[in-house]
Design a protein around this ligand. Structure first.
Ligand code: DGL
Length: 244
């Protein structure tokens, strides 16, 4: 087994979905999680500020020996994954809106892409959407304050009503292009009456490939709990344990 941690980073709680999927598949692989909950949400911030916060997060992560890092935040991936890749010598995987799987699935009708303002405005995501082709139109939409409301509500999301922040219309599928929205996936699917897609499984598949981790034939060692770092480590650990 190669040495080092798989480091997960999100603006807050959203990345716990990726950590949890990864840990379910590779419970023996040491991992760390940094959620910048104090500064969440990132999605309404400018490009320079997001880069500054992401660099500060990587500084914390790099106090550990890192084997690979996962930007478990669509907003940070969209704004600065290429810069962070140039600044670090370990592989960095970033989550992106799962537009391609949605396009493959849909036979007819529009696809709603829900994401933060910064994600939708980024050159990376605009390129992804315009280059996708297929039969469906992709309709980008930023649900006002939703990531921040989810961050604040954690760990009890039952009081949140997504109805008010979703657009009217009929969609064949919706893409959850923000990892925070995944906490409300079933509510969003019910409300829009269509299937929802997220990039969690695809990102973890890719991580396993590039970090050269085999999720089959686990080594004969006990499972290792992830290490949570940062000021909100207890909140994130608690939510991870609920998800897992
Ligand atoms: N979880 C993040 C994402 O996937 C961002 C939420 C935010 O901080 O605005 O985009």
């Amino acid at each position: 087994m190669a040495e080092g941690y798989i480091a997960f980073f999100d603006s807050g709680i959203g990345g716990l979905h990726l950590l949890s999927e990864f840990h379910r598949r590779c419970p023996w692989q040491p991992s760390i999680y940094f959620g910048d909950n104090e500064n969440a949400p990132y999605g309404g911030r400018g490009e320079d500020e997001i880069l500054r916060l992401a660099r500060a997060a990587f500084e914390k992560i790099c106090r550990f020996p890192v084997r690979a890092a996962v930007i478990a935040c669509n907003t940070v991936t969209a704004e600065c994954v290429d810069i962070l890749r140039r600044e670090h010598d370990f592989p960095i995987v970033g989550i992106e809106p799962a537009v391609r799987p949605a396009v493959r699935f849909v036979r007819e009708g529009d696809i709603l892409l829900l994401a933060t303002r910064a994600t939708l405005a980024s050159a990376r995501v605009r390129k992804l959407v315009s280059g996708i082709g297929g039969r469906s139109a992709i309709i980008p939409y930023c649900p006002a304050n939703l990531a921040g409301d989810i961050e604040k509500a954690a760990p009890d999301f039952s009081g949140l009503d997504v109805g008010a922040c979703l657009p009217q219309g009929k969609f064949a599928a919706a893409v959850l292009g923000c990892t925070h929205y995944i906490f409300l996936a079933s509510q969003i699917a019910r409300r829009l009456n269509c299937p929802v897609f997220d990039g969690v499984a695809g990102t973890v598949d890719y991580l396993l490939q590039i970090a050269n981790i085999c999720s089959k034939n686990p080594p004969k060692i006990d499972k290792i709990s992830p290490i949570f770092i940062g000021n909100s480590k207890n909140k994130n650990r608690m939510l991870f344990e609920e998800l897992f």
